[in-house]
Design a binder for this molecule. Structure first.
Ligand code: NAD
Length: 279
């Protein structure tokens, strides 16, 4: 598998993003450099981190020692909740993330959570708009925004987010947010694409059936379902054999019937915090 097999999704700002990447939530900062180096060797070129993961430095070190040209990589990080607010603080948080990553520019910067009780995401987004004008971040987006947060953002600010990164897997698909995003040209990134190992997706008969038919693992079937739904995904694993498994998903296609059977698994199976309540 080479990196070039990975399909790309066109963003609403002219840039494009590799549809499959590697996420580093809960990757131990002491192990991050080795784990991300493995992922880059496997062929991943899209990395998803966040200030709050505490492992931006490790991601940066792995990038620096990989020898991979900067323009071949797509790097995302996220502004944490307590850095939301006036422009100076947002810019400062951005600079510090960029420094830890050792990069001259970022591909994608996200507001990590809307934190509605703080009610600062509009002013934060205006700071993101100005950051983008500097060219030091190419694309700006949001994370964990529900349709009603997006609606307010679009009504009150100028730039439509390039992406919304939300918890999304077959048992929790957030169709309302997905429909709003599609209508407004916002790409959907699915975090927890495998249910974070907390939701027993791999045992479901619909996933098992497709796995047997295609000679692929249940994890590969679920990742393939995401890709065919046009989600951007970055499953996480600390183990190289699973990184390889999760990357090896471009040589088969789920049929329309298989796609429908997996889509019918929606159960409201959220495994993490509710965006209206997480502050
Ligand atoms: P995930 O759904 O990718 O699940 C990861 C877990 O699944 C692993 O720890 C492992 O236990 C298991 N797994 C991985 N590959 C497997 C395989 N091939 N076979 C069997 N089990 C396998 O969950 P995640 O890491 O939370 O989500 C992916 C990425 O999304 C994160 O690393 C992070 O970058 C991002 N994320 C963002 C937010 C947000 O609020 N924006 C929240 C959580 C995660």
């Amino acid at each position: 598998m080479t990196a070039s097999k990975v399909t790309r999704i066109q963003l609403n700002d002219g840039y494009s993003i590799p549809q499959l990447g590697f996420g580093v939530f809960k990757v131990d900062p002491h192990e991050t450099e080795r784990i991300v180096a493995d992922a880059l060797e496997v062929g991943y070129r899209h990395l998803d981190t966040a200030r709050i993961y505490g492992n931006e430095e490790g991601v940066g070190r792995a990038i620096a020692s990989s020898g991979i040209a900067r323009e071949e990589l797509f790097v995302t990080t996220k502004l944490w909740n307590d850095d939301q607010g006036p422009e100076a603080g947002v810019v400062d948080a951005f600079e510090r993330s960029l420094d830890r990553l050792g990069l001259e520019y970022l591909d994608l910067y996200l507001i990590h959570w809307p934190t509605p009780a703080r009610d600062r995401y509009l002013e934060t987004w205006r700071a993101f708009e100005r950051l983008r004008e500097t060219g030091r971040v190419r694309s700006i987006g949001v994370s964990n925004f529900l349709a009603h947060h997006l609606e307010r953002l679009l009504a009150e600010t100028d730039v439509v987010p390039a992406v919304d990164q939300i918890e999304l897997h077959p048992a929790h698909q957030q169709p309302e947010t997905g429909a709003f995003a599609r209508e407004h040209g916002i790409a959907i990134e699915a975090w927890g694409p495998l249910g974070q190992g907390k939701y027993p997706l791999f045992e479901l008969p619909q996933v098992q059936a497709a796995s047997a038919t295609h000679g692929k693992t249940p994890a590969q079937v679920v990742i393939r379902w995401h890709l065919q739904r046009r989600h951007v995904v970055f499953p996480k694993s600390a183990h190289r054999h699973r990184m390889e498994e999760n990357f090896d998903v471009f040589d088969f296609e789920l049929s329309e019937a298989e796609m429908q059977a997996i889509t019918a698994l929606e159960r409201g199976g959220r495994v993490s915090a509710h965006p209206d309540e997480f502050n």
